[in-house]
Design a binder for this molecule. Sequence first.
Ligand code: GLV
Ligand code: MN
Ligand code: MN
Length: 415
Amino acid sequence: MPRTIPRVDGDRLLRRLLELGRIGAIEGTTGCCRLALTDADRDGRDLVRARMDELGLDVEVDGIGNVVATMPHPSGRAPVMTGSHIDTVATGGRYDGNLGVLAGLEVIETVMTEGIELARPLAVAWFTDEEGARFAPDMLGSLVYVGGMPIEEALQITDRDGASVGAELDRIGYRGTAPIPGRAPHAFVELHIEQGPVLEDAGLRIGAVEGVQGISWTELTLTGRSCHAGTTPMRLRRDPGVVASRVNLFVRELTGRLGGTQVGTCGVIAPTPNLVNVVPSTVTMTVDLRNTDDAVLTDAEDELAEFVARAAADEGVEVAARSLARFAPVEFDRRVVDLVATVADDHGLDHRRMPSGAGHDAQMFARICPTAMIFTPSVDGISHNVDELTHPADLEAGANVLLDVMLRLAETEFA
Ligand code: GLV
Ligand code: MN
Ligand code: MN
């Protein structure tokens, strides 16, 4: 007899995504601003937590504000965990991260209402500050969960205004007591929108994610001398804005030269005092470099450092460089990747194996348990943008694949 595949309620999932998307909504758009540990993040957390409580899940909050909800189960065995994040970048959409959390909740609700019996429980979690848009590094909560950064160090990280993670957790009431590092799950699988154009271009419905590329974030503070834009001869200027511009162009040239999967972005270029008729005194800028090959990524970092030193010396500008994040490329567990591909086949969904260009909480879990990810297509490949969109049918298909993968993982014993 063919196995009956249980199905999530796609309309309920969509309703909940829209409901969460109203918190921190950016007026006149379908986008969201819920930077980590802000009031909007707290309101989003409260909403999702209320849904977890209504379902009767065992909800635990740890010392970095990660929230893990586990379904009641007599065995007390390590759960199959899914999860993602509900913080957004300042100009984010409704799906990045939110889908993984709300689809996880939907999976558990489906399993509980259908009375499906499992050898071990399922759990759904969200992790603090995945985006890293307010507190660097990104994936902060999951990094701490897996023991990759001491909690004391994480709590002291500050945003650009000097507010610390610890103080902000206290302020929004999300510094919990569940142990850190957290318990290793039996397995971890995260559903996420692709955030790039590959699946849509190829007319595919599912990505079986094989790994995540390496990430390197550097902050540069360039200090020159502020002076009058009209009266100061060009030969007497020490303009950090010129250095920042050269660095930005160098990053573009470097990515072209290295080719392959190398990407590079100067996402912050902030001059002080930022006025039309004043040569800036300082520029703070960031460089985000990523590659699936760690050796090439290291070469890119070295070349960048050399160029920055040269460009700054040419202009008489001083440089202070600080690493904000550095994560090596991650390979997911082949058995879980294969399972995602098999389930996609069983659901009649065309798929491909692919790397992730974005960072994800799953890459931290790969350190402590068998892990992989499921991608659903992003319309026009757009993400970290208010226009981010994934079609409802793809959201539902992705959640159904997540459900089936989790059910099968619950019955799998890894050697
Ligand atoms: C997280 O969203 C990242 O990849 O920057
Ligand atoms: Mn995300
Ligand atoms: Mn993101």
